[in-house]
Design a protein around this ligand. Sequence first.
Ligand code: PRP
Ligand code: URA
Length: 206
Amino acid sequence: MTTDLSTHPLVQHYLTILRDRSTQASEFRRCSKCITEVIMVEAAKQLSLDLMQVQTPLEIADGARLSPGVVFVPILRAGLGMLDPAMGVIPGSSVGYIGMERDEATAEAKCYYAKMPDFRASTQVFVLDPMLATGGSAAQCVEQIKAKGAKNVNMVCITAAPEGIAAFEEAHPDVSILAGKIDRELNDQKYILPGLGDFGDRLFNT
Ligand code: PRP
Ligand code: URA
């Protein structure tokens, strides 16, 4: 299942700044943070709660806290831009890392680094990558996460191409995708159109 948040005014606002080629790295980082917070609040709707009671200054109130067991997996490099804001929205989470890089000629992704915790069946995993283009990086990452025992995996991105969504859904029909915006298509170099260019380069000013 894919959720497209493009009707949210904050998503439209921040995505427009991210798309703008004149946006400099510091502003790009700030807006990546803001748009991720909005997307993560949406993603957090599915989290489970543990019921509890809390002592207010006046009396005991019924309350609830997030159940533990959330793991974020940012896909390096670009996913790093989403990690801090995601952890800010869902406190108490753990983090696994995976490095994926697309071959410039073929656009095929290869994994060059992975450091992940062991997942329980109950762990809620959120893979963070701002761009879902062909879907290759995300699909390989999720494969590794499932191989480590995770059963509840979600993909969180800022923009996604229809081609990538289709490929990803075919590989992982059980994984939901939450996207700020579903863009139009991929170009011949497998970049998202209209897109925002190379997210990693713009985030890290390279
Ligand atoms: C970008 C982006 C995604 C991937 C998406 O990473 O951050 O991870 O491309 O493309 P895909 O869906 O076709 O696999 P890139 O390979 O440019 O590496 P970087 O983040 O280190 O710049
Ligand atoms: N990776 C990016 O950073 N941008 C794209 O448009 C596609 C892949």
